[in-house]
Design a protein around this ligand. Structure first.
Ligand code: CP
Length: 305
């Protein structure tokens, strides 16, 4: 089933049927990845335009394209592109459309993905737009939850940390809202609570959620989604220093519990490294799942899945 859109900028454009089809194709892509490579996208070129730092998203997009037999053009850092000289995002997208068959872009400004998609002449994927959305991360998060928990319906999901600026929790909340009988515990400092646009969405969908500053409220959940405080979104660095590391997950907090621990990474101290060896520490498996999910999206948006 082809996706009913050309560009992916937000998880709000996805239906449950879309997400389940992406998960289905991603499971097939895991088999391709285990075998090594396919030539499904031979002759196709991905432009990976990363105007904000990234390790996982850029590398997994590039790996995904290479494992499907395609090629990759990469641009990193606004200062090394003509955006720095004042070129508009729209003109940059028209140009990238001349060079590539599909574009993935990360940009520091919320809303930049919609501007880019409106100008792109080839399929466009939002790889993170400031504090806005990160739809491919949310899809790999959902894929991970399905694999780790066996289901998505009926889960209790705790989200912890910087819920205000963390785009991954915004995108994931919209996606989880497509499923049944979920409930959320939202743990954050009062300065970094979930934006009203997301809590309104949960209310509209009659999804129960509790907001708290106490991480203990999330330890009984099925999934605990940890996040870092987004240093790069703070104008006042003293405020960042005051708010960072209010929640640190330690081994005794989760050892022997059923809770699956996720984190979009990078972590900067929110999860102690001694947690890594626990069976419920799923965050590195989660990062690895970025490859089959992005393979699925590239193939589906290029009409080849
Ligand atoms: N999760 C994520 O977006 O990581 P990167 O910033 O390293 O791409």
């Amino acid at each position: 089933m082809p996706l009913p859109f050309k560009h992916l900028t937000s998880t709000k454009q996805l239906t449950r049927a879309d997400t389940e089809e992406i998960i289905r194709v991603a499971l097939e892509m895991e088999k391709v990845r285990k075998k090594g490579k396919s030539d499904l996208l031979k002759g196709k070129v991905l432009a990976a335009l990363f105007y904000e730092p990234s390790t996982r998203t850029r590398l997994s997009f590039e790996t995904a394209m290479l494992r499907l037999g395609g090629d990759v053009l990469t641009a990193e850092g606004i200062q090394f592109s003509s955006l720095y000289k004042g070129e508009s995002i729209e003109d940059t997208m028209v140009m990238a459309s001349e060079y590539a068959d599909i574009i993935a872009m990360r940009h520091p400004d919320q809303g930049s993905a919609d501007i880019a998609a409106s100008a792109s002449r080839v399929p466009f994927i939002n790889a993170g737009d400031g504090p806005g959305q990160h739809p491919t991360q949310a899809l790999l998060d959902l894929f991970t939850i399905k694999k780790e928990c066996g289901t998505i319906d009926g889960l209790h999901v705790a989200m912890v940390g910087d819920l205000r600026y963390g785009r991954t929790v915004h995108s994931l909340s919209y996606l989880l809202g497509l499923y049944k009988n979920l409930r959320f515990t939202l743990v954050s400092p009062t300065e970094l609570t979930m934006p009203e646009k997301v809590t309104s969405f949960l209310k509209e969908r009659n999804i129960p959620f509790a907001e708290t500053t106490d991480i203990a409220a999330g330890l009984g959940a099925d999934v605990m989604y940890m996040t870092r405080v987004q240093q790069e979104r703070f104008a006042d660095k003293a405020e960042y220093e005051r708010l960072k590391l209010q929640y640190i997950l330690t081994k005794p907090m989760v050892e022997g519990k059923k809770v699956v621990v996720l984190h979009p990474l990078p972590r900067v101290g929110e999860i102690e490294t001694e947690v890594d060896a626990l069976p419920n520490a799923a965050y590195f498996r989660q990062a690895g799942n970025g490859v089959p999910v992005r393979m699925a999206l590239l193939a589906m948006l290029l009409g080849k899945a």
